[in-house]
Design a protein around this ligand. Sequence first.
Ligand code: FDA
Length: 904
Amino acid sequence: ASLRLGRAVAGSTLFTPTAAAVTTRLAVGKVASGFIAGETEDETAQAIREIIDGGMKYTLDLLGEATLSEKEADDYAERYTKLIRHLAENKRPDDPEVNVSIKLSSLTPRFSPSAPEDSASEARRRAEPIFKAAMETGAHVNIDMEQYELRDLTIYTFAQMLKDKEHFGWDGLGIVAQSYLKDAEKSLDSLVEMIRDSGRRVMVRLVKGAYWDHEVVEANQRHWPVPVHTLKAQTDAAYERMTDTLFKNTDILTPAIASHNIRSLAKAIAIARQMDVSKDMYEIQTLRGMGDPIKKALVDMGIPVRVYAPFGAMIPGMAYLVRRMLENSSNESFLRHSFMDEEPIDEMLEDPVFLCGAAGAKSATPQDKKKEEEPENAVRVFVNEPEPAFHLEKTHDAMKMGIEDAEATLDKFYPLLIGGHAVNTSEIITSRDPAEPSRIIGETAKANEALGRAAVESAKRAFGGWAKTKAMKRFEILTRGAAIIRERKYELAALEMFEVGKTRKEALGDINEAIDHIEFYARGAVKIAEGKITESILGETNMALYRPRGAGVVIAPWNFPLAILAGMTCAAIAVGNTVVVKPSSNSPIIAGVFVDILEQAGVPAGVVNFTPGSGEELAPALINNPDTKFVMFTGSFETGSSIIESVTHNADKKYGFTKVLAEMGGKNAIIVDESADLDMAVSGVVASAFGFGGQKCSACSRVIIVKSVYESFVKRLIPAVESLIVGSPFDLETNYGPLIDEVAKRKVESYITIGTEEAEPLLIPQKETGAGHFVRPAVFGNTPPDARIATEEIFGPVLSLVRAKNLNNAIEIANSSVYALTGGIFSRMPSSVKKIKEKMEVGNLYINRGITGAIVRRQPFGGFKRSGLGSAKAGSVELLKELSVPQSVSENIVRHGFSPDLDS
Ligand code: FDA
């Protein structure tokens, strides 16, 4: 069979193997029409007819935009239902059955592994009318497989669909297995078992997988193990073994071998023959526009062939086209080699198992390569914490346990810590759950001015010893602290869910960032301590050294209750300073736990002192104090600027100046130009504006849209925002929880009232009356650039849309802000991207992605204008240098004799 198939296609003319190369010469539309059946119903009907006339069957895939709202999901499901009925009505008696392919992520904007039950039930709810139409007309529906992150969720949903009693007797459901995943065979085995248990017959399409580049890039960016094979031959070999599994189970399933690789296909045909599986018990599937000579050869051999034909508009179909182009231009593509490179038949048919062996020794991913290159030395290697992997059950289990553990710690009391002593006070701070204010999270002692002074005094006393401690020793203590946090990651994340109302994803992100900060600064400090030779000339060595500044004060906010607090504290102490930590009164409990962890890790008494309390009351002791050598502050512009002003009075002849490092607010803008991919722009804006209810200094609060796309952007944005779920952070499907307190809630509500007078109210939430501090999102359209809601920091779920004449005007509006923290653009035009890089005044600029969630080392964070002092950024080595006093040492090394050390 192999040779016959090989010969049949060997002399064929080129189909379109090098699509990427062709695009440079042909109009994109022409290329698209090769892969896409048509844009209109008539074009599609014509394409289907050609497939049928060619002796083949078809499956239709309705191309669409990403589903970002409930409305879009409804529309999508309705289009499929109509499509099935339309095709069935127009079917000729001899035509093959109607067959469609569908992606579950298109049936709900919330198809996410972080909320599996909700995702499955939403997808099933929308699939129901589609299935009904299919059952009534004898049509088939295949569930396509998407990225790895959605694989298990898709199978989980499919399992529930199979169990649905109403569908019994209808064998028109199909599913896909991808062989490029490392755990593909295990997954197929359990899929087969599941189908067997269901008592229903299913078509299983075996593919290699269309998202290879995506999987490798995502895994690297999120610090996950790469889930796909990295050698093409491994994918091919798994494909053959999985083919075998499918053919062994033809009593309960119909194998659909989907490939254009004649070795893969020939092997399947050979297995079928060997197992005596007749041709009507399986089929070969191919994609439209790919491997046409193969299709013809198979039809001539009497083997059933089905063509996967996407249809719909080209722009929404771009993601599909990109996948096809990546595939066809890839060095690993079978079609590219076989046709373009005219590979000999023997090589085309080579056994992949043999090839795996030949090349298997080499690792291929950048991540693996990096690991190989990195020295063993733990001090040198910094790796970011992996993102929470909610597609793995173990993450859900760990989170459940974390919540139980955190709940058991609620109600604890945290004393002050001064010079290693626990100090109780008569006044206390009570921390409450913002979603349920009657729930007390814990209590802390409350420092007054005298205790604040005592804390600075103790930090000052501890400075000498800590400054002299070897950098390596400090590194060991700090990384031990990071290890404890890592060990308790889920419990601490859960504590944040209770104390500040973060969702589990946001809370885990904060804990991860805290670990990253500590690990990163601990390493950076060792490097800095080594000093650096600046320039050496004959007879003279010149070095840059860094000395610690002294005792300092860390004033941290509640919105990243561990990451910012731990980051500032550990950066300061890593380079030998000592500190007094004053947390926000909205998140003193997580701060108390952190200080405990540092003690446990071995931070000596007095190096970190802990004084929760009122900022105003403590300012004279902590800020207006010449013994305070530096202040690290993250919070509002008002407080930050008053600190900057106050410390100037500390300077006197004896003590010198107090250094301030301040990160303050933002009024961050995302620009959407006429070439933006609206799928990306809408989801990027929604995530950036409403993640944690907009309570991030990096949050997007203005979208500046070039007028030609304003209406189409708004049309998609509003339903997407309306679809957000605001509620308890403990509900899996919640997008964001409560605001931090009653004051914040009232402030945000008053801005919503102001907005209704200043701009066009596009989405105005009902006032929430319950005890929790919930505010649903508000969106204002046609906002004048100088309106209060477009210029003042709101720190809540309020978004202003501003219409711009063109890109220059959009940049002008963006830059008119007094803040300069984060900002971004969605654009597919290189000239716009270039302009933005040159002109946009922000500390952190993001292109074609969301504007929040800076990652330590990768995106050092901080702004200028009213957003910050524009110097050292969080998550950078420069911050460590700012926390130190630079010293130049110039040594004359011309021989002048030496005397032995006197004390040796
Ligand atoms: P070929 O033999 O050239 O294999 C190319 C494939 O090898 C790549 O697509 C990738 O999977 C893999 N690969 C490439 N480089 C690699 C490397 N360095 N290491 C390891 N593996 C590497 N896909 C999907 O994910 N979900 C789906 O639902 C469908 N549906 C579908 C329906 C039909 C009818 C067809 C024909 C195909 C699909 N696909 C799919 C696409 C499919 O997964 C695959 O991308 C293409 O069919 C190309 O594979 P071939 O066997 O044809 O070519």
